[in-house]
Unconditional design. Sequence first.
Lengths: 222, 222
Amino acid sequence: MSDNKTIGVILSGAGYLDGAEIHESVLCLLALSQAGATVKMYAPTSELDEIDHKTGAPTGQKRNVLVEAARIARGQVEPTESVKGTDVDAWVIPGGFGAAKNLCDFAEKGAQATPDKDVSRIVRDALAAHIPIGACCIAPALLAVITKSSGPRLKLTIGNDEDTKKALAQLGAEHVDAPVTDVVVDADHKVVTAPAYMYGGASVAEVFAGIEKMVQQVMAWA
Amino acid sequence: MSDNKTIGVILSGAGYLDGAEIHESVLCLLALSQAGATVKMYAPTSELDEIDHKTGAPTGQKRNVLVEAARIARGQVEPTESVKGTDVDAWVIPGGFGAAKNLCDFAEKGAQATPDKDVSRIVRDALAAHIPIGACCIAPALLAVITKSSGPRLKLTIGNDEDTKKALAQLGAEHVDAPVTDVVVDADHKVVTAPAYMYGGASVAEVFAGIEKMVQQVMAWA
């Protein structure tokens, strides 16, 4: 495991229904901290559609993605437009609906989704430079959306959800089932993915077990 | 360490400047999950004063404490008014300014603070029944506010911040300095406290080390 490495984390808000999944984000930060990484956090400056997390209903209000991400980042978050894919030693992208609503529109459009342009640029440049990427929960679908037209064909997991697997196949990705405590490693492209809360009934400890493996693989490559 | 125990967690929003500290909350949930606890989350239904977490400035807007806490709780949070202090085997209270703004008004009034009535009832009934309580960051000040008039005199830590220590002394609590990775145990009253992000420059791994000790002590008593 390497230390003295700088890892970029892309956040998409704060709250699993309209932003970054909070548990996954913090568990990524914990595993990165335990591995001795220096973390820099980034988020788009776009607006998200606020969901009431008690009722699950849309409120009709907007929130700024970066300003909400700053709740997870304790203020230390910069715009994705300000960073290059090659500025860090690796990237980690937590899940939550934010990854599928604010970093791309996969939640609404499935296999017809298009990505946020800055996040797409970061991921494409990182892949081209063989900079490692870890992604969990629904964030692997974002990687599939970004790579669908120009490749490479990534091997990844979102757990075992059949509808999502179908969409990933349509996007050209190779899906491999995995339990919540495990990861799928695409060594050719230095991409490692973990299902996390794609298993909605998983315990926090189970989600952390998978995320810890994901981060350890990212750090081993970085 | 006991398992098959139900632990109540009191949240005060989602975001360290106007609610529950997100890292501390998730790290408490992780340590509880790793210890085999069943967790039930609670929050007041009052309103909080929203702070922009990127700029640190008040926005002039309000948010509902419970609805924001639901972002951390993935929807599974109930009103503090619906639970008794003796309904669970132990209580855990993460920090963040929410503990000092939304569970009491310590952030504004210091030693003259008064607590939220339901949180006060829960804590007083738990202490009277020798139900263990773990609290971190600024949340120990909430315990001091609640016990100032009717006791007991608690031994606790908020790290080593001099101004906060003075206020705790005025509230009648006994403060013991502790580093971020450690806890202070009041075995007589089954109260364990950890400094967490009272050390603002602490790493996530250091904060987890202290919170893990806090949760393990809570579970050993529960």
